[in-house]
Write a protein that binds this ligand. Structure first.
Ligand SMILES: Cc1cc2nc3c(=O)[nH]c(=O)nc-3n(C[C@H](O)[C@H](O)[C@H](O)COP(=O)(O)OP(=O)(O)OC[C@H]3O[C@@H](n4cnc5c(N)ncnc54)[C@H](O)[C@@H]3O)c2cc1C
Length: 378
């Protein structure tokens, strides 16, 4: 099997690289240092029609597909993993569930703003329910024409920025995860508020916060799918989200490789560039192999989803492999840079901090192994 991008996809890849070089590369270190969301870059992403890449044009999207999203996110992540994640999480987890599981009225109301510049977010995790997401205790009770939501969600990406949230709450506690339902919650819903904003090790220009719902009222019409389908909707959305994280991790491997080649040719020790040493060349060769594998797994999971084939296992495999490879090779890139690689101002230092989160969110590496093994031994 050989995966080749079309001419159009190659062009999009070149455009995304140019975009990242122009708008992100010059500011990425600074927005990391300041933990600042680059709103000005998101305005440009909207101008490029990249805020709703895989959604039909009738909802304001670009009418492309998930493979295109993965291609773009990889190139953006090469310059700024935070921006790539904010974009992919918004697309796959904020807007994605509304497109995939929403009715026509919900799609027409909520997708156009999200596809043209506003951010969407996904709120499943709770302080006591991470990997075991079905143990969430947030509740949603139907009162007349409204649902009343109560509970706290944590670690929510774009929490302080998003316009619309996909939130999962319990409508029937007696049914466990099958009693969970999904809702579209606008940020201005009464009783909805953003809680603590977290300071992070890496991915610092992506904003992460708590979400607090205290008698938060939303119209009955904002139920996504049917009551009891919330867990299924969340897991289905995570499948797409994992392709986004895999693309982000692939971009980190790409950047690790490029930085390592460049630095090793410039740095002279013992009278010759360190790239002349086989020990350095082997690390670089391993990075190049990992990049090809990462791309292949990511793009083929995206391709399967675009073809309407099952892709849960493939998305988990892509996320697992790329995130662990990103962590390993970002660390090798720091190694190649020696002491300088440990210092602020060298890109590889940020790459290593940004790589770590890819092994944790949208399901930890252990959770991905559970998904993959579950399909094999069941
Ligand atoms: C920066 C950031 C952004 C995030 N963005 C979002 C978001 O937008 N929306 C959202 O809903 N969530 C988000 N999350 C939450 C994220 O998905 C969770 O942190 C993740 O799923 C792990 O949950 P936890 O942190 O509670 O860890 P835990 O579930 O407590 O896990 C702790 C450790 O135990 C392991 N473990 C747990 N259960 C098992 C088991 N059965 N077998 C083996 N090992 C196990 C885990 O793999 C991990 O190593 C974000 C998190 C971070 C850090």
């Amino acid at each position: 099997m050989y995966l080749m991008l079309t001419e159009e996809q190659e062009l999009i890849r070149a455009n995304a690289r140019e975009f990242a070089d122009k708008y992100l590369e010059p500011i990425a270190a600074q927005i990391d240092e300041e933990s600042r969301h680059p709103a000005e870059v998101f305005e440009k992403l909207a101008e490029m029609d990249w805020m709703g890449i895989p959604f039909p044009t009738e909802y304001g999207g670009a009418g492309a597909d998930f493979l295109t999203m993965a291609i773009i996110c990889e190139q953006i992540s090469r310059s700024c993993a935070s921006t790539a994640f904010t974009l992919s999480c918004h697309t796959a987890m904020g807007a994605g569930p509304i497109y995939r599981f929403g009715n026509e009225e919900q799609r027409k109301k909520y997708l156009p703003p999200l596809c043209t510049g506003k951010l969407g977010a996904f709120a499943l995790t709770e302080p006591g329910a991470g990997t075991d997401a079905g143990a969430g205790t947030s509740t949603a009770v139907l009162e007349g024409e409204e649902y009343v939501l109560n509970g706290t969600k944590t670690f929510i990406s774009a929490g302080p920025l998003a316009e619309t949230f996909m939130i999962v709450g319990m409508t029937d506690k007696s049914k466990g995860a099958r009693g969970m339902s999904a809702f579209i919650v606008p940020k201005d819903a009464p009783g909805f508020k953003v809680g603590a904003v977290f300071k992070k090790m890496g991915l610092r220009s992506s904003q992460t916060s708590e979400i607090i719902m205290k008698d938060c009222r939303i119209p009955k019409a904002n139920l996504l799918g049917k009551e009891g389908e919330g867990f299924k909707i969340a897991m289905g959305s995570l499948d797409h989200g994992r392709i986004g994280v895999a693309a982000q991790a692939t971009g980190i491997i790409l950047a690790s490789l490029e930085e390592s080649i460049k630095y090793s040719k410039e740095r002279v020790q013992f009278g010759k560039p360190i790239s002349a040493n086989q020990a350095i060349q082997w690390m670089i060769a391993d990075m190049a192999v990992a990049l090809e594998c990462a791309r292949f797994l990511t793009f083929s999971a995206a391709f399967r989803s675009d073809q309407g084939l099952s892709f849960t296992k493939e998305a988990s495999m892509a996320k697992l492999f790329t995130s662990e490879a990103a962590m390993h090779h970002a660390s090798k890139a720091v190694q190649i840079h020696g002491g300088y690689g440990y210092m602020k101002g060298f890109k590889v230092e940020r790459l290593l901090r940004d790589a770590k989160i890819t092994e944790i969110y949208e399901g930890t590496s252990e959770a991905q192994r559970m998904v993959i093994a579950g399909g094999l031994v069941r």
